[in-house]
Design a protein around this ligand. Structure first.
Ligand SMILES: N[C@@H](CCC(=O)N[C@@H](CS)C(=O)NCC(=O)O)C(=O)O
Length: 299
C-alpha cells in the first residue's frame, strides 16, 4: 500500500469513517472504560504526600517499573538522598484523571514524580524525563561521557519504539475485543524487528549503550527484557523470543539484580500477593508490607 498516492487500500467494505469523528460508542476492549478523547481532570482528588524528598505516583507497568528500578538502584548504590514514597495510581479505576494527578502530569499517565528535594517542588512526567532527571541529579547510571550520546539514543529509542509494542502489538494481541489478523501481523512484524535491533546491538555490547549498565538498560529492559522473559502479553511463544539469544542473556542478567527485583514489586497491584507492594515508603516495606503480609487470608 502506498500512502498519499490516492491508491490507499479500500477499507470501505469493513468500515467507512464518517466525515467528522465523534465519540459515540465505547471502543470495546480492556481499557474502554477509561479511554476518552479529551484531556483534563474528571474529578477533584488531592494526591497524598509522604516524608521523603521524592513522591512517585505510579503503577508497576513497564513504564512505571523503569522508575522504581532506578530508585532502588540509586539506593542500592548508596544514594540515601534518593529515598522516595511510591503511591499507587490505579489506572483501571481512573486515578490518573484526578485533579492532583493531572496537576503533575497533564497527560494523565503514570509514572509522575514530584521532586521536593529543592526549594520549590518540581513536577516531572514522562518516564524517560524522570529517569534522566534523577540520573543527572545524582550522577549515576548515565554511563561514561564518551558513551553519553549512545546512551541517550537508546533511551529515546525506547520512548519511540515501545508504543508499537504496547499500544500496537500488546493491545491487539492481548486486549482488543477480537483478534484481527491485520493489526496483529503489522505490530508483530514491527515488534520482532525491534527485538532484532536489540539482539544485534547486544551481540556486540554487554549493555545497550556500552560497557556500563545505564538508565537506557532500565528503560528498555522494563519493556523488551520483560517481554523476552515471558512476562508481557503471554506472547513469548508467539514471538519466538528464544531466538533473540543476546536479548535473553542481557534480560536475565538484569533480572537477577536485587534492586530490579525490588523495583518490580513497587506499586504492583497484580500477580502473586508476595510480589505486590502497593505503596513503598521505607526499605523495610519489602519485608513487611507486601499483600501476603498485609492480607494473609487473601480476602
Ligand atoms: N510516554 C509515557 C507513557 C506512559 C503511559 O502510557 N502510561 C500508561 C501505563 S503504562 C498509562 O498511564 N495509561 C493510562 C491511560 O492511558 O489512561 C511515559 O513513558 O511516561
Amino acid at each position: 500500500m502506498l500512502l498519499g498516492t490516492g491508491k490507499e487500500t479500500d477499507m470501505s467494505d469493513t468500515y467507512t469513517p464518517p466525515e467528522v469523528w465523534t465519540w459515540e460508542a465505547k471502543s470495546g476492549g480492556q481499557f474502554a472504560n477509561i479511554n476518552r478523547p479529551v484531556a483534563g481532570p474528571t474529578h477533584d482528588k488531592e494526591l497524598p504526600v509522604g516524608k521523603h524528598p521524592f513522591q512517585l505516583y505510579s503503577l508497576a507497568t513497564p513504564n512505571g517499573v523503569k522508575v522504581t528500578v532506578l530508585f532502588e538502584e540509586l539506593l542500592a548504590a548508596g544514594v540515601t538522598e534518593a529515598e522516595y514514597d511510591a503511591w499507587l495510581i490505579n489506572i483501571g479505576e481512573g486515578d490518573q484523571f484526578g485533579s492532583g494527578f493531572v496537576d503533575i502530569n497533564p497527560n494523565s499517565k503514570i509514572p509522575a514524580l514530584l521532586d521536593r528535594s529543592g526549594d520549590t517542588p518540581k513536577r516531572v512526567f514522562e518516564s524517560g524525563a524522570i529517569l534522566l532527571h534523577l540520573a543527572e541529579k545524582f550522577g549515576h547510571f548515565l554511563g561514561s561521557d564518551e558513551n553519553r550520546a549512545e546512551m541517550l539514543a537508546w533511551l529515546f529509542w525506547q520512548m519511540g519504539s515501545a508504543p508499537y509494542l504496547g499500544g500496537g502489538f500488546g493491545h491487539f494481541y492481548a486486549y482488543a475485543p477480537e483478534k484481527w489478523e491485520y493489526p496483529i501481523n503489522r505490530f508483530a512484524m514491527e515488534t520482532k524487528r525491534q527485538l532484532d535491533v536489540l539482539n544485534r546491538r547486544l551481540a556486540e555490547s554487554p549493555y545497550i549503550a556500552g560497557p556500563d549498565y545505564t538508565i537506557a538498560d532500565m528503560a528498555i529492559w522494563s519493556w523488551y527484557g520483560q517481554l523476552v522473559l515471558g512476562r508481557l502479553y503471554s506472547a513469548a511463544t508467539f514471538l519466538d523470543v528464544e531466538s533473540y539469544e543476546h536479548v535473553l542473556r542481557w534480560a536475565k542478567d538484569i533480572d537477577a539484580r536485587p534492586a530490579v527485583q525490588r523495583g518490580r514489586m513497587v506499586n504492583r497491584a497484580f500477580g502473586e500477593p508476595e510480589t505486590q507492594l502497593h505503596e513503598r515508603h521505607d526499605a523495610s516495606d519489602f519485608e513487611t508490607k507486601t499483600q501476603d503480609k498485609l492480607n494473609p487470608k487473601g480476602g
